[in-house]
Design a protein around this ligand. Structure first.
Ligand SMILES: *Cc1c(COP(=O)(O)O)cnc(C)c1O
Length: 362
């Protein structure tokens, strides 16, 4: 096999090589059934065992908190942006959002279609280079929930702590940093993530939610857009994205083998520190895009002196086997996404390339 790319894609993103190889080994004949997992009935015992195992493994990695359920829902994190207000924003209530960047904006946009919203805090004035201080989050009266984005994938910021919202449910979009570090699930009524950054392939969103939040969805909602449908049917009301869920289970096994959330966090911090150090020690040749104290360990955003130079950087990097270093089209610049599965060696190779590139221009 030819060499694997240094894959810094933002999503879909790198998966652990060990997981891909394991999946490959059982691709055409899963567990001696004579079938691929993709060819099996989702009502059969073999698939169902995988489905349940993925849910159990996920809760186990989070310390088996009581009262939480894992749902698998299609439509990515973006469908959750709509389902959250549809299910949780009642008459006379207000949906509260913390505005931190591109994904928070997309989330509130959907809520505005459904009902009344309130911006509880915003760092827009800083062009999202900062994050709001937790004590500056001001909930409205009759708050149905507070929605937060733990990691802004495009801007490259990440909350290090989460607010205490008392009796108001805290809901968090963790699409780009779920399972990258330990967190206390009991602070949250619900967390969710599109799988394609830290959990597996695209095509499924993982929702971890307090069961009492979703026992009765509003009567007028269609079946597929109600959380109680997924709860009552163990996410098997219709055909689930079974291959994606199988892959998630394999990724979860891999996280367990790496020492769980503490283990992957240590690795993630090392990778991120290596690259941020390279930026900070470049004498201004590379500049980080966001304030140092809110830098993300998952998405490292940086710039060069001119857009021309950034284009040259991307081109040269591609010739050296790097993928995905161009910043999101909405903000420009450069971005290295260093999710769980990005090998340390790839981060080392990037730092070496950055130094070479700098030397060649000065
Ligand atoms: C990628 C991403 C999304 C969108 O996910 P889809 O699965 O493509 O809908 C939402 N929120 C955050 C923070 C993301 O990084």
């Amino acid at each position: 096999m030819s060499k694997r790319a240094y894959n810094f894609n933002a999503g879909p993103a790198a998966l652990p090589l060990e997981v891909l190889e394991r999946a490959q080994a059982e691709f055409v004949n899963y567990g001696d059934t004579g079938m691929s997992i993709m060819e099996m009935s989702h009502r059969g015992a073999v698939y169902e065992a995988v489905h349940n195992e993925a849910q159990e493994r996920l809760l186990s990695l989070l310390g088996n908190p009581s009262g939480y359920k894992v749902l698998f829902i299609q439509g990515g994190a973006s469908t959750q942006f709509a389902m959250i207000p549809m299910n949780f924003l009642g008459q006379g209530q207000v949906a509260n959002y913390v505005m931190t960047g591109s994904w928070a904006e997309k989330a509130i946009k959907e809520a505005r279609l459904i009902g009344e919203t309130h911006v509880a805090a915003s760092s827009e004035a800083s062009k999202y280079m900062a994050l709001p201080e937790l004590q500056d989050i001001k909930l409205s009266d009759h708050a149905a929930y507070l929605h937060l984005t733990s990691n802004e994938t495009i801007e490259g910021t990440q909350f290090k702590e989460f607010p205490d919202t008392g009796s108001v449910p805290l809901i968090c979009d963790m699409s780009s940093d779920i399972l990258s570090r330990p967190f206390d699930l009991s602070q949250f009524a619900m967390v969710y993530a599109g799988a394609q950054k830290n959990l597996g392939p695209s095509g499924v969103a993982v929702v971890i939610v307090r069961e009492d939040m979703i026992t009765d969805s509003p009567k007028h909602l269609p079946s597929m857009l109600r959380y109680d449908t997924y709860l009552k049917n163990n996410s098997l009301y219709n055909t689930p994205p079974s291959f994606g869920i199988y892959m998630i289970n394999e990724v979860l096994k891999w996280i367990q083998e790496k020492g769980g959330l503490e283990g992957v966090q240590e690795l993630n911090r090392k990778k991120a520190a290596l690259i941020y150090d390279a930026i900070d020690s470049s004498g201004g040749f590379y500049r980080g895009c966001v304030n140092a104290e809110v830098r993300s360990d998952m998405n490292i955003t940086f710039r060069l002196g001119t857009e021309e130079l950034e284009k040259e950087f991307v081109k040269a990097s591609e010739q050296e086997g790097f993928v995905g270093l161009k910043g999101h089209r909405s903000v420009g610049g450069l971005r290295a996404s260093v999710y769980n599965a990005l090998p340390y060696e790839s981060a080392q190779a990037l730092v070496q390339f950055m130094q070479q590139f700098q030397n060649s221009r000065s």
